[in-house]
Design a protein around this ligand. Structure first.
Ligand code: S6P
Ligand code: ZN
Length: 181
C-alpha cells in the first residue's frame, strides 16, 4: 500500500522471525483429494505441505509472494500433492520458480485443456490466467518453490474439489505414471 516501504523477507529465517501467514496442510485435512486412503497416514497425520506467505494485503496493485514446501511421499503410490485451485479472479496469472526438489505442475482449464509442466531448480513456470494449478512432488526430497501472483486473485478450491484434475500421478516401476482420474 501507499504507506509501505520496500522490505526484504529472508526465507531462511522461516520459523525464527517470519512475519507473514503460515498455512499448514496435514494429511487428514486433504486426504479426500487422493484416490485412496492410507490408515497409517491417517493415524500419523503428517504435514503434506506448508506455505509461507509474504506480509502483503490481498488487494489490487499488490503482488503476493510465497514459498511452498511440499514434502515427499505417496498415498498408496499416488504422490503427495497440493489441493489445487483456480484463482477466484480468474483473469490472473502466476509465476513459480523452483528452488529444490522436482515436481510437476498440473494445469487445466474449465474447457478441459490439460498440461503438466516440470518444476525444479532453475525452472520458472508461467501459469496463464484461467488455468487451475496443482503441484505434485515426484522426488524423494522436499519440493520447494517460490510463487508470485496478483494479491487480489483469491483461491477457488471448490471447483477443483468438484471436478478434480484430469490426471493423477503415481510412482511407477520405471518412473512416473499418469492415471486418468
Ligand atoms: C497460490 C499458489 C501457491 C499455492 C500453494 C498451496 O496462488 O498457487 O502458493 O497456494 O502451493 O496450494 P493450494 O492449492 O493448497 O493453495
Ligand atoms: Zn495460485
Amino acid at each position: 500500500g501507499k504507506d509501505m516501504k520496500p522490505f526484504v523477507v529472508n526465507f531462511s529465517d522461516i520459523g525464527i522471525d517470519f512475519k507473514g501467514n503460515h498455512i499448514v496442510r496435514k494429511y487428514n485435512d486433504i486426504k479426500h483429494i487422493f484416490k485412496t486412503t492410507d490408515p497409517t497416514l491417517e493415524r500419523e497425520n503428517p504435514v503434506i505441505y506448508e506455505v509461507f506467505e509474504g506480509p502483503i494485503q490481498e488487494k489490487e496493485g499488490e503482488l503476493m509472494f510465497l514459498i511452498t514446501i511440499l514434502y515427499p511421499g505417496t498415498v498408496n503410490g499416488e504422490f503427495f500433492m497440493t489441493k489445487g485451485h483456480y484463482h477466484t479472479v480468474e483473469n490472473t496469472a502466476e509465476v513459480y520458480l523452483g528452488l529444490r526438489g522436482k515436481g510437476l505442475i498440473l494445469c487445466q482449464t474449465k474447457k478441459g485443456e490439460f498440461e503438466a509442466v516440470e518444476i525444479g531448480p532453475n525452472k520458472v513456470v508461467y501459469i496463464p490466467p484461467f488455468w487451475a494449478h496443482r503441484t505434485v512432488n515426484i522426488s524423494d526430497e522436499p519440493l520447494i518453490f517460490f510463487a508470485v501472483y496478483p494479491a487480489h486473485a483469491g483461491h477457488d478450491y471448490e471447483t477443483v474439489e468438484k471436478e478434480g484434475f484430469k490426471k493423477r500421478i503415481f510412482r511407477g516401476d520405471n518412473g512416473i505414471l499418469f492415471v486418468e482420474q
